[in-house]
Ligand binder design. Structure first.
Ligand SMILES: [Zn+2]
Length: 384
């Protein structure tokens, strides 16, 4: 949830090779981002009326975190494929959830840029994503506090794209991290709680999740400065037949993408409180490990163009999780949406993705105490 007066983002670990030091958005930058929201679509307040019956509420002792997968709101490359109304409705059905959360997180699968030159070319199987910077206002309106750049599209327009994306997010007061040599991690303060967030990917220009010494450094640093530590990762093989979480390492297109099960457990063992993934373009299992929540893939979330959306590829969950102030999972809700081409995620009364995640979790991590109901409600099995 956006709270501009409390906005406080700083860089914990700054790689030194950049001439332009990562900026530290001030409260003023948060105010700027609010000003970017048109008056007729002003950010709704999280009143009791806007909170659905299946929602979670933070209390004095608990926090609510909302997480989503890949976000690519539309692209102007190689041709213009943008949603209607300038993208104002892409988060129409999901924004109340991300807005009311104490912290809302997602994966920005692309760049926020005008112009520039693609690093990938424009072949049939070459995808470069370039979203108009003005679209950042829809992330603001939906209450996003942080987006990951550690993915396989953040470098689609090279350094120019990365710098433009950083500038755009800075001006909107949205924290980010994940590009190697740029901002390593972010600290976001909301409601007096300091959240430390780092993001890892599998591309060489990202901070890589296979580099566990690096992962340890980031988590240790955040742990020393923050109340809650959250790790985002973009990883795993991609495609409709990759929903199951393998044991051990997995590879895709000849690239070893590591063992995500081991990675996530390693992060928790090192001190992380939540680990959430994306990258396969389909969802994967969830679990509670040593009292901490892990989502192995949240799949596509808001990708109205540029991605296949048929069948399970169109399933787009919001994972809303309530944790204690010491980071332990209490309960949660998988909110189910299905993406429509050119539109974005829309309510799914059949709870399709919740039921899919329930089944995958039962099959792939049967020992986990996490219980997922058909409507997406998440609880902990009573321990003997
Ligand atoms: Zn990706």
């Amino acid at each position: 949830m956006r709270t501009p007066t409390l906005l406080f983002v700083l860089t914990v670990i700054i790689a030194s090779c950049q001439a332009q030091s990562p900026s530290q958005p001030s409260p003023a930058s948060g105010t700027t981002s609010e000003a970017a929201v048109p008056a007729d679509t002003a950010t709704p307040s999280a009143t009791a009326d806007s909170i659905g019956p299946d929602s979670l509420r933070a209390t004095a002792d608990t926090l609510v975190i909302a997480m989503t997968g890949d976000i690519m709101m539309g692209t102007t490359y190689p041709t213009t494929q943008l949603p209607a109304d300038g993208g104002s409705q892409v988060f129409r059905d999901t924004r109340d959830i991300t807005l009311r959360a104490d912290l809302a997180l997602g994966n920005l699968e692309g760049t926020l840029l005008n112009g520039g030159t693609s690093t990938k070319g424009s072949g049939r199987y070459s995808f470069s994503f370039r979203t108009p910077p003005s679209y950042v206002q829809w992330l603001v309106e939906a209450g996003y506090d942080y987006v990951s750049q550690a993915n396989n599209h953040a470098n689609d327009f090279g350094r120019e794209g990365i710098l433009s994306t950083e500038r755009t997010l800075d001006s909107a007061g949205i924290a980010y991290s994940g590009i190697s040599g740029r901002r390593a991690s972010a600290i976001v303060e909301r409601g007096g709680v300091r959240y430390g967030i780092c993001a890892f990917g599998h591309n060489k220009y990202t901070y890589r999740h296979r580099d566990l010494a690096l992962v340890d450094r980031f988590i240790d640093s955040l742990k020393a400065h923050c109340d809650i530590v959250i790790v985002s990762f973009h990883g795993g093989a991609e495609g409709k037949d990759r929903s199951h979480l393998p044991q051990g390492s997995e590879s895709f297109l000849g690239e070893d993408r590591g063992s995500l099960r081991e990675f996530a457990h390693h992060c928790i063992d090192r001190g992380a409180d939540i680990v959430f993934g994306h990258g396969p373009h389909v969802v994967r299992a969830m679990e509670v490990y040593k009292g901490k929540f892990i989502a192995y893939s949240l799949g596509n979330f808001c990708t109205p163009y540029g991605m296949a959306l048929s069948g399970i590829s169109g399933y787009s969950p919001v994972a809303e999780v309530r944790i204690s102030r010491d980071g332990r999972f209490i309960d949660g809700q998988i909110h189910s949406f299905i993406q429509q081409k050119g539109v974005g995620p829309r309510h799914d009364a059949n709870h399709s993705v919740a039921r899919q995640i329930r089944d995958l979790s039962q099959q792939d991590i049967p020992a986990s105490p996490l219980r997922i109901n058909a409507d997406g409600a998440m609880t902990l099995e009573a321990q003997p």
